[in-house]
Design a protein around this ligand. Structure first.
Ligand SMILES: Nc1ncnc2c1ncn2[C@@H]1O[C@H](COP(=O)(O)OP(=O)(O)OP(=O)(O)O)[C@@H](O)[C@H]1O
Length: 243
């Protein structure tokens, strides 16, 4: 049985169909890349999954149960967490306090309630910001703010992570380090969907790629197959973005 499944997911905004009858599955422990040119519907898939957008048609399943149109907190409590494209830490609070906030509402999974110092240290250490716990996010470099967003997601104790453009704004060394982190997460049993515009950071990381264009799935396969796929190449050429 798949860990995650979209079955005919459709999302319309008025006359615009942002996601059109999209189906794919993700197995437990798999890393799937969801790619497509600008505006192809990638973030909308995540927003529907996390209960931020209501679904127009179709179904979403996680761990064998339907989660279509569940509230965000219900989805998180089931073990799904998302790292958004935008970072939104609370600048007036320390890194530790920002992480701690995310251990509170979903602590039913851990029964720890509130996350003690040691627990918060562990979440931070998983993305190498354990020495920044007493700093405020505004004083951190971009890559550390992004790492904080991942630590916040980890603090909800997810079984599956949705990562929206995790490599954006990072230099090559930072991307390489993050790829290694995600590989460690996978070795520990985490399932992931990673969204990106291009194949760059994803190529080495993902087991499988789903490509969408104008909300429609145009290809699915391993990274090598996708890199060679004519339809995918044409979709990117048409959007003037590099693959
Ligand atoms: N809340 C919304 N209201 C109206 N239209 C929206 C909304 N959210 C997304 N859209 C539209 O849906 C389409 C898909 O957008 P989406 O952000 O999902 O694409 P994307 O693949 O994530 O793009 P990008 O790579 O630029 O982040 C776009 O045409 C976008 O303008």
């Amino acid at each position: 049985m798949s860990m995650f499944e979209l079955e005919g997911l459709t999302k319309r905004f008025g006359g615009l169909t942002a996601v059109d009858d999209l189906s794919f599955t993700v197995d437990r422990g798999e890393i799937v890349g969801l790619i497509g040119p600008n505006g192809s519907g990638k973030s909308t898939v995540f927003n529907c999954t996390m209960g931020r957008y209501s679904v127009t048609d179709g179904s979403i399943y996680f761990d064998g149960e339907e989660i279509t149109d569940d509230d965000t907190h219900e989805v998180v409590e089931r073990g799904l967490s998302r790292v958004s494209q935008e970072s939104n830490p609370i600048d007036a609070m320390t890194v530790a306090a920002n992480i701690k906030l995310f251990t509170l509402p979903n602590s039913v999974r851990t029964m720890r309630g509130g996350g003690d110092e040691e627990t918060i240290f562990e979440y931070a250490a998983r993305v190498d910001i354990e020495d920044k716990l007493h700093e405020e996010p505004g004083s951190l470099p971009h890559a550390d703010v992004r790492r904080l967003e991942i630590a916040k997601a980890l603090a909800t104790e997810p079984e599956m992570l949705l990562l929206d453009e995790p490599f954006a704004g990072m230099n090559q060394q930072e991307i390489d380090e993050l790829v290694t982190k995600f590989e460690t997460f996978r070795d520990e049993g985490m399932t992931m969907i990673v969204v990106d515009h291009n194949m760059g950071g994803l190529m080495r990381l993902v087991d499988r790629v789903v490509v969408i264009h104008n909300g429609v799935k145009i290809a699915e396969g391993d990274p090598d197959e996708i890199a060679e796929n004519e339809t995918v190449r044409n979709a990117y050429l048409g959007s003037s973005e590099a693959m």
